[in-house]
Write a protein that binds this ligand. Sequence first.
Ligand SMILES: [Zn+2]
Ligand SMILES: [Zn+2]
Length: 266
Amino acid sequence: MWIDSHCHLNHTKFTPEGGVDEALAAAHSAGVLGMLSIDCLIREEFSGLLELVKPLENVWCTVGTHPHDAGREDEKSVSLEELISLAQSDAKVVGIGECGLDYFYTHSSHEDQQDCFRKHIRACLETDMPMIVHARDADDDIIRIIREETDGKGMRGVMHCFSSSTKMGHEALELGFHISFSGILTFKNSEELRSFAQDVPFDRLLVETDSPYLAPVPFRGQMNHPALVVHTGHVLADLKAVSADEMAKITSANFFKLFDRAKLTA
Ligand SMILES: [Zn+2]
Ligand SMILES: [Zn+2]
C-alpha cells in the first residue's frame, strides 16, 4: 500500500479521461490506497475541498495559505484563531498548510509570505497538528523562522516536494521534519537530491505526487495523478536499497505516524 502524501485533487481534472473518480480508481489499482489533498487558499478553496474529500474513503485534506497567495487581502484577513478553528473543524482535516516561502516566483512580497508562514507555525503549535511546508529558493529564511517560532526546538511537519539544498535538508531533519520526495526525484538532473535521499533516515521518508503537477519519469510533461506516486516510490526504494514493497510499508507507516488524525478505513 502506498500513500500519496501531497496532491491537489481539486485543481483540475486528473486524467485525460476524466476527474477525481477516475483518478481514485487508477490509484487503487496501482496500490495507492490513501492520499492527502492539500489546501492552498483558505477563503476560496478550503470549504469546497472539504466537501470534496468528505465522502471519499481514505482521502484527507489540510487547511492553509500557499506562499504565492500570502499577500492576498482575503487570505491576510484570516486570523490565527480562525485558522485554528478551521483546522479543528472536521476529522477530515489532518494538517496545516501548505504554507512557507517561495522566493523563486515571489507572487507575494517576502514580508507577507513570512507573516503568513509564522501564523501557520503558531497554529500548528497550538493544535499539535503537523505542518506542510513549501520551500523554494528560501532555505535560510525557512529554517530561521522555524527556529525562531519554536525556540529552536523544532516541530512536527514535512518539507514537501523536497528540492532544497542538502544543507537545508539536514537542518530540517534536525528540527524534526519529515522529507517528502516528489517526481523531481526521478528527473535526470536530480543527482544532488538522490544523493540526499540516501542520507534521510527511514523513519522520516514520505512520497508524494504534488499532482496534477510534476509527473515523474516516464510520464514527464503529462498530467500527474496519485497513482503515479508509485514511480517515485520505486526510485526511492532503489536508492535506499530496499524492495518497493518495503518502501511502500515504510512511507505509509510514516504518513500515519505524522498525520495521526488520518485513520485508514476498510
Ligand atoms: Zn508546494
Ligand atoms: Zn502542493
